[in-house]
Design a protein around this ligand. Structure first.
Ligand code: TRP
Length: 335
């Protein structure tokens, strides 16, 4: 590896991978696995805050695992695992919680928002979500954490807890991780509803999934929001139309994009044609992903092998950290 940094990121097993996830995050993971020692895991402990049914818990984790493999995460290059295969994370979470304060946890914006949205389920796991995330990260002694803007506060808390441990025990034990992004190279993929970004929570028809059926892709794209068309040459594009062009740019050839740009600029554009082309190119783009997802879904033996491989490596590393942590904290040595 040309780089000493250890990259780690967790993936919440909620819903299927869509184009927004792919271009906004997964593509970066694919680059990182070429240049860094990487740990990527499915955050299935975290998902317990919403009390999933056991069958769904397992099914969702498996499905997301499959989709990330299909998207190109490579078990020979990166360590890929399920969080729940590393029970040492739960032990470190317990230790960190002893020095995590109610006030600081209650102030976290994501906690406040979740508490507001689900006032009947403000459980301790939700409150201590940031200490669990800190445990995920520092147990592998990760130094770079690729996360979106919404997770920066959590990462800041990880830094606090790592520092707090080091200070409290007067050790230089946990590295202090930093957020890691490819900055401007990140493409924010808009949704099809004419506003904001692509996301599964924005409603039916807004997102296109990597394992989506051809027919459904065409239907969603043809129904995408546009506007009534340009009325003068080189007119500025409205947000919904700009969104269609942004999507076109990530899945279509440059000359195709240019063709529609020109048509827009001379006011001869027909959005129906643009959408047809966009649908065509999205179908072509997602097809190989869909095929790999299908293949992997019927290959339990391979999946088990890959999951065990990642779990073994991540667990060995976590166990090493925890042996040292227990000793630092002052527990009796048992090995
Ligand atoms: N909290 C992250 C999210 O919501 C998921 C996550 C859990 C994570 N543990 C992590 C991300 C550790 C980075 C590092 O997306």
């Amino acid at each position: 590896m040309e780089n000493k940094d250890i990259v780690l990121s967790g993936i919440r097993p909620t819903g299927n991978l869509h184009l927004g996830n792919y271009f906004g995050a997964v593509k970066n993971f694919l680059k990182m696995q070429e240049t860094h020692e990487c740990y990527f895991f499915i955050a299935d402990y975290h998902s317990l805050t919403t009390h999933p049914h056991p069958a769904n818990l397992q099914g969702n984790a498996r499905q997301i695992f499959i989709e990330y493999l299909a998207a190109g995460l490579d078990p020979e290059k990166a360590t890929l695992y399920l969080q729940s295969d590393i029970p040492e994370i739960a032990e470190l979470y317990l230790f960190l919680n002893m020095n995590a304060y109610l006030g600081e946890l209650e102030r976290v914006p994501t906690f406040k928002e979740k508490a507001r949205k689900s006032p009947d389920n403000v459980n301790a796991g939700l409150l201590t979500y940031p200490t669990l995330m800190a445990a995920d990260i520092i147990i592998q002694k990760a130094t770079k954490v690729p996360v979106g803007k919404d997770q920066e506060q959590h990462l800041e808390m990880t830094r606090t807890y790592a520092r707090r441990f080091n200070t409290m025990y007067e050790v230089d034990f946990f590295p202090i991780p930093t957020a890691y992004n490819f900055g401007n190279e990140l493409v924010k993929i808009p949704g099809l509803d004419g506003s904001g970004k692509m996301g599964k929570s924005e409603g039916e028809g807004n997102a296109i999934f990597l394992n989506e059926e051809e027919k459904s892709i065409r239907k969603k794209v043809m129904r995408a929001v546009s506007d009534s068309g340009p009325t003068e040459p080189n007119q500025e594009k409205s947000l919904p139309v700009q969104n269609l062009f942004t999507l076109l740019k990530v899945v279509s050839k440059p000359d195709v994009v240019q063709y529609f740009e020109d048509q827009y600029n001379n006011c001869s554009i027909r959005y129906g044609d643009l959408k047809k082309q966009l649908a065509e190119d999205i179908v072509a783009f997602t097809k190989p992903f869909g095929e790999r997802i299908k293949e992997l879904s019927s290959n339990d033996e391979y999946l088990r092998k890959v999951m065990n491989l990642g779990a073994e490596k991540a667990r060995a590393n976590a166990q090493k950290t925890m042996r040292e942590v227990r000793e630092i904290i002052g527990f009796r040595k048992i090995y």
